[in-house]
Design a binder for this molecule. Structure first.
Ligand SMILES: N[C@@H](CCC(=O)N[C@@H](CS)C(=O)NCC(=O)O)C(=O)O
Length: 214
């Protein structure tokens, strides 16, 4: 049994929960963080000194934090030898490369400069010029995903892998926001297919209204 500490409106928790769903793992999840609090207690900080979610424990195991590490742990423990996280080092590293690319280039260039600015910042403090610049920057990065997805069904190739979790979980909010979405036809097809996956529907396509500042 996997225990998860983290509110379901956290994008990092969503990536983790989507992975848990795709791997059909039993779990218990506690709402922690943001309006639920609980991430500043000594009990929580003894698990994760950063006070951030998600944190997981597998049975009585050590707490694991940093979303990328939790995903790799689950994949190593429960999806070894599957196309999701193959044993072959070269194939796995190719997937890991796209997972890392997604976290650093897509998720980080979306969450704070775009999502936080548009949803979690009061309008009088929003910097429209900076938001526009951030959207253009992200859309340029997504050109790379578009090129990849014109050649392959998934972000790291022809199978659904851990890289799709790190890449795809950001797309629900990206497409939901009323911003300029270029005609990335392969990316849009890919996203539409993700929205048909039950675990994506359940864990990623979640309202973010509780995060809105007004
Ligand atoms: N690098 C960490 C970042 C974790 C993080 O920033 N989590 C956010 C939610 S997405 C958080 O805990 N925010 C404080 C809160 O929810 O109260 C990871 O990848 O897990």
């Amino acid at each position: 049994m996997i225990t998860v500490w983290g509110r379901k409106t956290s994008s990092n928790v969503q990536a983790l929960m989507w992975c848990i769903g795709e791997l059909s793992l039993p779990f218990t999840r506690y709402d922690i963080g943001h309006k639920y609090g609980g991430n500043d207690t000594s009990e929580f900080l003894s698990m994760n000194p950063n006070g951030k979610v998600p944190v997981i424990k597998d049975g009585d195991g050590e707490p694991i934090w940093e979303t990328g590490a939790t995903l790799r742990y689950l994949a190593n423990r429960y999806a070894k030898s599957s196309p999701f996280w193959p044993e072959d080092l070269e194939t796995r590293t190719h997937i890991d490369k796209w997972a890392e690319w997604s976290k650093i280039n897509v998720a980080l260039n979306f969450t704070v400069p775009i999502f936080w600015q548009m949803v979690r910042t009061v309008p009088q403090h929003q910097n429209q010029l900076e938001i526009e610049k951030a959207i253009n920057n992200l859309n340029n990065i997504l050109d790379i995903a578009e090129t990849q997805l014109r050649k392959h069904q998934f972000i790291a190739g022809d199978h659904f892998t851990l890289a799709d979790i790190q890449f795809g979980h950001t797309l629900y909010r990206y497409f939901d926001l009323k911003i300029n979405h270029p005609k990335h036809s392969a990316l849009i097809k890919y996203y539409n297919e993700l929205t048909e996956r039950p675990a994506f529907k359940e864990h990623v396509m979640i309202s973010y209204e509780e995060l809105r500042v007004i």
